[in-house]
Design a protein around this ligand. Structure first.
Ligand code: NAD
Length: 357
């Protein structure tokens, strides 16, 4: 039986996860769902943000559905014991090298964006960020005595940008395969005009593309990509890029939609096993008030069905149900506008479950 690890975490995590679990239950599939504490809740229960039993469950499950971590009560602990370390530990232990972040703007919410509605209404792009390589992890790195040039002898900070061929190939495969499930277009974002690492990236992505003749590939420099994202974001389908460029572009793309409570994400390993979570954090300011928007987590569950559990039809059902509740005019406070109906976390979950049936 398909096993899903449910890791609610902290703050609004448990509230939003409960609604996603109800939606999964309503599909009529027989999933085995097992819960375990993570983040501050993991520390409170077992003295560690990623308790051994939680990690074991995540490893043996077919997919992980994650709420959010972060609890200010634990911010004074040493870094290794803080709640946020749980997500870094899970990425590392599960080998999650591909981060998928859709930026979707439902026409009903176009007013939430800071861009003009006609520029963003109906936006549906997918940013795929390599997550475990690049200048963030490359060695050597540190602070040393500058060996040459006009600042020779002064202290300098330095990092190493590097990508191995296999690292580029596997993320390129993820991008082309994701595009095959969408509009079949990939934009690979690099800085090949300046960086050796990204000329190499471009060459390898071009080579992997030969295996996907049904997908169109274009290359774009990162500075142009940033510009196009705010000028005409709807022209993209799938964007694939390295860790650092992806970090920046995915946040910019998320903000195009203006509603953080709506954005799901996935992090995948080499076998499409993945961890699925909303793009937002634990929102301690609204935790326990029953007002958090559960849709990002519900949409993360849909991504889990599509990318890890091979149940695209069930994923479509959930996504259609979410569209339907928005069309009905239901809004949690974060996406509320005059003329719509304000609802809480539980009511929003109820409405999605009803729309599914
Ligand atoms: P946040 O995303 O938790 O909140 C930012 C703002 O968005 C807040 O005003 C919050 O109320 C609102 N918000 C977020 N999700 C919402 C939802 N579903 N519905 C309605 N409103 C929502 O970011 P933050 O405040 O910078 O961080 C809070 C904690 O979360 C910190 O401890 C941080 O480290 C942690 N964090 C965790 C993750 C993760 O678990 N992957 C990601 C980011 C931040």
């Amino acid at each position: 039986m398909t096993k899903i690890a449910i890791l609610p975490g902290d703050g609004i995590g448990p509230e939003i996860i409960d609604q996603a679990v109800r939606v999964l239950d309503a599909l009529g599939e027989s999933f085995e769902m097992e819960r375990a504490p993570v983040g501050g809740a993991g520390y409170a229960a077992h003295g560690h943000p990623l308790p051994e039993a939680t990690l074991k469950l995540a490893k043996e499950a077919d997919a992980v559905l994650f709420g959010a971590v972060g609890d200010y009560r634990y911010d004074t602990l040493e870094r290794a014991l803080r709640p946020e370390q749980a997500i870094l530990g899970l990425r590392k232990e599960l080998g999650l090298f591909a981060n998928l972040r859709p930026a979707i703007l439902y026409p009903e919410l176009a007013g939430a964006s800071t861009l003009k509605p006609e520029v963003v209404s109906g936006l549906d792009i997918l940013i795929i960020r390599e997550l475990t390589g690049d200048i963030y992890f490359g060695k050597p790195r540190g602070v040393r005595e500058c060996p040459d040039g006009p600042f020779k002898g002064q202290r300098e900070g330095f990092d190493t940008m590097r990508y191995a061929e296999g690292e580029i190939r596997r993320i390129a495969h993820v991008a082309f395969q994701a595009a095959q499930k969408r509009d079949k277009r990939v934009t690979s974002v690099d800085k090949a005009n300046v960086l050796e690492t990204f000329q190499f990236w471009r060459d390898i992505v071009t080579d992997v593309h030969k295996e996907y003749p049904d997908v169109a590939l274009e290359h774009m420099y990162v500075d142009n990509a940033a510009m196009q994202l705010v000028r005409a974001p709807k022209k993209f389908d799938v964007i694939v890029t390295g860790n650092m460029f992806g970090d920046i572009l995915s946040d910019a793309a998320a903000m195009l939609t203006g509603s953080i409570g709506m954005l799901p994400s996935a992090s995948l390993d080499a076998n499409n096993k993945g961890l699925y979570e909303p793009s937002h954090g634990s929102a301690p300011d609204i935790a326990g008030k029953g007002v958090a928007n559960p849709l990002a987590t519900i949409l993360s569950a849909a991504m889990m069905l599509r990318y890890s559990l091979n149940k695209a039809e069930q994923a479509d059902r959930i996504e259609s149900a979410v569209k339907s509740v928005l069309q009905q005019g239901l809004r949690t406070p974060d996406i509320f506008e005059d003329g719509t109906q304000r609802v809480g976390t539980q009511e929003m979950g109820d409405a999605v479950v009803r729309a599914l049936r």
